[in-house]
Design a protein around this ligand. Structure first.
Ligand code: G3I
Length: 305
């Protein structure tokens, strides 16, 4: 096939991108989105500060805009993200443990019921582990007040709110085998053993020269898949340019394709001009929506041309 989405579909996968609602009025942005991608992740619009800025008052405007666009074009939607320490309104941090537990469960339930049937996978919990060698949980209002059990509780609440959605744990610096990914692995293994509902693990995959595509990326995806969960590449972007960037991208795509349970790849934006890496060029289309060498290498890796 001649596009990323259609080529991925021929391999039984989706190929998605992060989307920002405020760019949906820009015609080359929308035409590139519509032509190339068959899944979207709202880049910021489904985060807690966007959906529930004050307690129990929900506003879905920009997130709904993305979901409607996706539905009208038959694209899948990844929900990002229900429980995360960042982009969290300050009121959440000032609750006591009892209030926080109820606010967390209410947030998950309200948001997932609003989108029930429209989201194929939800990042239920995002970035709950620390970087470095400790394998410990990251400090957050959830961790600090509710303890380790908050992740399990979030997943159980999520399953009840939308039983058809795949429930994912999502993190970064877990792409290769290291202390952080080992800690996530042990959590997922424990969840599967105890019947805690988890369906998928997201590997953000933000790569640069200090943190390149790991040599054991495929092996790491595979060991998680072997626990009985799907794996997804959820926020792929790779700093660089030209053929070295293109090579890195094809290695990343090939790693997913080599793992049966790697169900899809999402890049973290369409064009370099709107990347969260302000000064970088980590995406597949340049600032003028021209296809970069990285685009062509991804398309080729997916079997397209
Ligand atoms: O909404 C305000 C807007 O009103 C204001 O005019 C503008 C001025 O700076 O800021 C806007 O908020 C920004 C928001 O993006 C929306 O554009 C925030 O400052 C900015 O911090 C925020 O950045 C996002 C970042 O998450 C925040 O943590 C990036 O767009 C988004 O790409 C990034 O995505 C994260 C994933 O969710 C989780 N994994 C890592 C990834 C990259 O950091």
């Amino acid at each position: 096939a001649s596009t990323l989405g259609a080529s991925a579909a021929e391999k039984g996968r989706y190929f998605g991108t992060a989307v920002a609602a405020n760019h949906l009025g820009e015609s080359p942005y929308v035409s590139t989105l519509n032509t190339e991608f068959n899944s979207v992740t709202p880049e910021n619009e489904m985060k807690w500060d966007a959906l529930e800025k004050s307690r129990n008052s929900f506003s879905y405007g920009p997130a709904d805009q993305i979901v409607s666009h996706a539905q009208s074009r038959n694209m899948k939607v990844r929900g990002h993200t229900l429980v995360w320490h960042s982009q969290l309104p300050s009121w959440v941090g000032s609750l006591n443990a009892t209030e926080l537990r109820s606010a967390m469960n209410n947030h998950i339930t309200q948001v997932m019921q609003h989108y029930r049937g429209k989201i194929h996978s939800w990042d239920v919990v995002n970035e709950a582990f620390q970087d470095g060698s400790s394998g410990a949980r990251r400090s957050s209002p959830f961790q600090d007040k509710l303890g380790n059990g908050f992740i399990e509780e979030a997943f159980r609440t999520a399953r009840a709110a939308d039983p058809a959605a795949k429930l994912c744990y999502n993190d970064y610096n877990t792409d290769g085998q290291n202390a952080k990914s080992n800690a996530v692995y042990n959590m997922v293994k424990d969840f599967k053993q105890r019947g805690v509902p988890i369906d998928c693990v997201g590997f953000q995959s933000h790569f640069n020269s200090a943190s390149p595509v790991p040599g054991d990326y495929q092996a790491n995806l595979k060991r998680f898949a072997d626990l009985g969960v799907d794996v997804q590449i959820t926020e792929l972007d790779i700093e660089g340019s030209g053929s070295s960037q293109a090579d890195s991208y094809s290695r990343a795509v090939n790693a997913c394709l080599a793992v049966t349970r790697c169900t899809g790849i999402t890049v973290w934006g369409i064009t370099d001009k709107y990347s969260w890496r302000a000064s970088g060029t980590p995406l597949l289309f340049d600032g003028n929506y021209n296809k970069k060498p990285a685009y062509h290498s991804v398309l080729a890796a997916l079997g397209g041309s």
